[in-house]
Write a new protein. Sequence first.
Length: 226
Amino acid sequence: MGKAAIDYSLYLVTGRELLPEGKDYYESLEEALQGGVTVVQVREKDTDTGEFVEIARKTKEITDKYNVPLFINDRIDVFLAVRPAGLHIGQSDLPLARARELVGDDALIGVSVSNVDEARAAVAGGADYVGVGAIWDTGSKDVTAKLKLAPEGAGVVLDVLEGVPSVAIGGIHPPNVPQLLHGSVSPVNRTALDGVAVISAIVSSADPRAAAAGIRAQVDSFKRAR
Ligand code: TZP
Ligand code: MG
C-alpha cells in the first residue's frame, strides 16, 4: 500500500479495555471498519509481547480485508513481527531517526506531537503523518494539563506541518467534532487537518458501526466543504 493512498479521515486507535461488557474486540473492530474507519492503530499498553503480536496479526487479517492500513503503537518488535503499513511513536518512544532506520523507507511512521516544537521536529525528521493532541481531556490516556491543546492550540500546531498529514486526537466525540474541525482552522491550515483519531468514541460504543459512520460523515462533509 503506497504512502499516497492513505486516507486519514477516521483513524481508530484500539483500546480493548474500553469495550462494553461482552463485546468482542475483533467483532467491534470489524463493525467499526464497516462504519467507515479508514486507518487502524493497535495500541496495547500492558500486554505480553507474544499476545500483542498475535492480536496485531489477527487485526491485520481484518484490516487487510477492508484494505485499511494498520499501524502498531510504540513497539518496533511487534511491527517487525507483523509488518503492517506503519509504526506510530510518541515523544518518549524510539527516536524518529532510529525508527526510520529500523522500519525502512517503505513503511510509514506516525509521530504524536503536542506543541509546535515537536511538530517541527517530526516534519524535519520525515514523519509520514502526525497525531496532534491531546485536544481535550480524555479518560483513555494520562495527559497532563499542558498537553491539552483545545481546538485553537491545535490550529497553531497545524500551521507548521508543511503538508504533512495530520489527525487530531484526545477526547473527540461526535458532539465536539464540529468545534474541532472549525476551531482548528486558520487561513494557513485550512487544509491541514486530514482526519480525527478516536478510541472511546468508537470502542466504547455498543454500536461501533454507527459510531464510526457518524464521525466519518462529519469529517467527510468538512473536507468536502473546505
Ligand atoms: N493520545 C493522545 S490522547 C489519546 C492518545 C492515545 C487517547 C485518545 O482516546 P479518546 O478515548 O479518543 O479520548
Ligand atoms: Mg507511545
